[in-house]
Structures are given as C-alpha cells and as structure tokens.
Write a protein that binds this ligand. Structure first.
Ligand SMILES: *[C@@H]1O[C@H](CO)[C@@H](O)[C@H](O)[C@H]1NC(C)=O
Ligand SMILES: *[C@@H]1O[C@H](CO)[C@@H](O)[C@H](O)[C@H]1NC(C)=O
Ligand SMILES: *[C@@H]1O[C@H](CO)[C@@H](O)[C@H](O)[C@H]1NC(C)=O
Length: 369
C-alpha cells in the first residue's frame, strides 16, 4: 500500500512538473490545433481506458474519485456474498492481536497410518519440557501402539486418509481443531511418522515462539506439476496467478490455524476442483490448498518455506526418498546446517521404513539430548 501511495504521489509530482515546464513558442494557430488534438486524444484515451489511478481520475474525470483512494489490491470484480463474508472474517482474525497465554505451548500433531517408529526418539526430545508442549496423534489406518508416556492417550478421532485426496487436508484440519481446544497452544506443527527432530526442544521451542510467523512452504511452479494442475473451475475466487505449491509439512501460528478452521469457501474450491483425475490431471489438495490460501490472504505472514526438510531437488512428483542405508550422521548434519537462511528443525523421511535405532543414535548424538 505504501508503494502504491508513493507511486501515486510520483505521478502527481510529474503532472505538476510537466505543467510548469516552459511551453515551446509555436505560432498560435498550430499551437491551438496541437493542443486541441492532444486534449481530444487524451479524452478518447480516457474514454477507452477508464482511469485506474486516483491521479488519472482527478485529471481526466469529473466523477467521484474517492473510490480510487482505496488500496490497489481491492479486486475490480464484484465479490460474491460468500467471498465478502470470508474476507471480512479473515481480515478480522488477522487484525486481532494474539491472546498472550501465561503458559505458551507448541502442539505437535502427528499424521500417521499407525504406530510411530520414532516414538522413542520423540520421547527423548520431549523429556524435561512437560509444561511446554502437547501431542496429538491422528492414526488413519490402524490403532497405534504407544511406548512413550507423552503419546499414550493422545490419539484423536480419526478417519481414513487417502494419499493425494482431500481426506489428507481433512485430517490436518481435524488435528488443528483438537489442538486449538487448548488455549495454551500457540504454534501448531504438522509431523508424519517419518519425521525426526534435528535440534533439541529448547531450540525448536524458541525458534517457533519468537519468530511467530507460520512456516508454510509456498512457491509458484509454472510447470505441469504446479500451474498445470490448476482448473478454471476455481474461478473467480482462485485465479491461476494466485495458485501456489508447497510441501505439506507446515508449522502454523494460532491465528492462522483459526483461519483454516473458519475457511469453507476456498477449502470447498480445492475439495471439488483440486483432486486426482480432475479433467484428466492430478491435483493434490494437500500440496496446494494452504500455500494458495495464505498467499492470497496473508502473504507476508508466512515464511514461504517449511521448517521440515524435504528434498525436491530431483524434480519428480515426489520428494527424494531416503532409504535406511542413506541415513548417516553426515547426512543429518548436512541437512541441519545446510543453510542458515532456511534452517530445518525437523527432517522428513519420505515414507520409508528406517532403522529407527540407528536414527535415534545419530539424532541424539547430534542434538545432544
Ligand atoms: C511476535 O510477537 C511479538 C509480541 O509477542 C511482536 O512484538 C512481534 O512483532 C511479533 N513478530 C512477528 C514477526 O510477527
Ligand atoms: C513470501 O512471499 C510473499 C509473496 O511472494 C511475499 O510478499 C512475502 O514477503 C514472503 N514472505 C517472507 C517472510 O519473505
Ligand atoms: C555433506 O555435504 C558435503 C559438502 O557439501 C558433501 O560433500 C557430502 O557428500 C554430503 N554428505 C552427505 C551424506 O550428504
């Protein structure tokens, strides 16, 4: 908005400047013809291209120009009732400052088919920090057997999750819904059975609490696995220019989690029109819904990258899958320190059965707990 204002001021300054510049000394009749034709060209121009900026409005038109004083991101088309309602609610939630809890906690939300292979590792991670976290487990195919006291009794009601379908987003929303019931939960981290922490608890806690933005992976992919999955049926609410992609594993602040609960308009668009086999293409709502939603409603409130390390460098449909023999101290060390600008605080093994005892040894040595 600031840049829009500056730009408009710039235009006004330019108009004033050109007005005060010395006119060339032409002979009067030519001067008049030139002036008249210039004015009529301008008027025709203004007629064909109605003024968009306030400066142009004041110069060219006698209409009420105050509508142009609004921020430029106000869409030019007329919003539907549902859109107006959604935008009002979302704007109010974003404007409401977070309630400061005396005992802020982080919700660790595990989305898993069944038992968690790294539960012992997480037990070591949580130990000694009992008042600063909560655990929620959504087991979508079989009842998990828990070995850690931090996980016992933490299963929430679950439903079947089919990979790539909206049921994945539904499970994420179910986890968020349960975790939001505890008013102390300020940050919500989505994890899978294949995730391991790369740092100790204090590091992760401080990192998320003190930056208090959401770490949602979000980028524009013009190729077939990005915009190629977009369907025109999402119009007019979601245009292709808004369509984004990102890995599913997010960490979200409370305000944003509430917005996900409140949204049904954009969610429904993705439920209906971003699914496998849509118009002969495969669209996966879990990779597009949240990045697109937050890119549209609060682009500066998200980091655009995720704190979960996922390796897309192979450019395939799925991220790089690490096998048990790939896992070494060196690999995890590399991922932990890879880039100081995009630090990973947890690591996602792409659906592999790992040697969990080996990973436990490595991570405990590295993170020191
Ligand atoms: C985080 O919250 C504090 C208050 O708790 C606020 O002052 C700060 O601006 C917030 N930071 C971000 C990045 O929103
Ligand atoms: C994320 O991307 C959006 C749009 O591309 C940008 O406006 C925003 O500043 C980015 N967020 C951060 C934290 O840089
Ligand atoms: C770790 O990083 C170094 C330097 O970039 C690289 O040479 C090495 O192959 C990496 N090791 C693993 C296991 O990824």
């Amino acid at each position: 908005m600031k840049t829009a204002r500056a730009w408009q001021l710039g235009i006004k300054d330019m108009l004033i400047m050109s007005g005060s510049r010395q006119r060339p000394h032409l002979k009067r009749p030519i001067w008049i013809i030139v002036l008249v034709s210039l004015v009529s060209i301008c008027l025709i121009g203004a007629y064909i291209y109605p003024p968009r900026s306030s400066a142009a409005c004041y110069v060219f038109s006698s209409r009420d120009c105050s509508i142009y004083e609004q921020p430029i991101h106000v869409p030019s088309r007329e919003l539907t009732d549902d859109e107006t309602a959604a935008q009002v609610v979302i704007r109010e939630i974003l404007k409401t400052p977070p309630v400061h809890s005396k005992n802020p906690k982080i919700a660790f939300m595990f989305l898993t088919p069944g038992s968690l292979p790294f539960e012992k590792l997480w037990d070591r991670f949580f130990h000694g920090h009992e008042d600063r976290f909560t655990v929620y487990v959504h087991a979508s195919s079989e009842k998990p057997v828990h070995v850690s006291r931090y996980f016992i009794g933490r299963d929430i009601r679950s439903e079947k999750v089919i990979w790539g379908k909206i049921s994945m987003v539904d499970a994420e929303k179910r986890l968020l819904g349960h975790a939001l019931e505890d008013p102390n939960n300020q940050h919500f981290v989505l994890l899978s059975d294949s995730c391991v922490p790369l740092h100790n608890f204090d590091y992760v806690y401080n990192y998320l609490m003190f930056t208090n933005i959401s770490y949602i992976d979000c980028f524009e992919d013009p190729g077939p696995h990005g915009n190629g999955r977009y369907s025109d049926h999402m119009m007019p609410e979601v245009e292709v220019k808004d369509f984004r992609k990102g890995a599913q594993w997010f960490s979200m602040k409370r305000q944003h989690a509430i917005i996900v609960m409140a949204d049904s308009l954009y969610y429904t668009k993705f439920k209906l029109y971003c699914r496998p086999g849509m118009e002969g293409r495969n669209c996966y709502a879990d990779e597009h819904y949240l990045p697109t939603l937050f890119n549209m409603i609060d682009p500066t409130g998200i980091a655009n990258w995720s704190v979960t390390h996922v390796d897309w460098s192979e450019g395939k449909w799925h991220p790089k899958a690490y096998r048990a023999q790939d896992v070494s101290y060196e690999l995890l060390r590399n991922i932990t320190v890879r880039s100081s600008s995009y630090p990973s605080i947890q690591f996602y093994f792409s659906r592999i059965t790992c040697n969990s005892a080996l990973v436990l040894d490595i991570v405990v040595t590295m993170a020191g707990y």
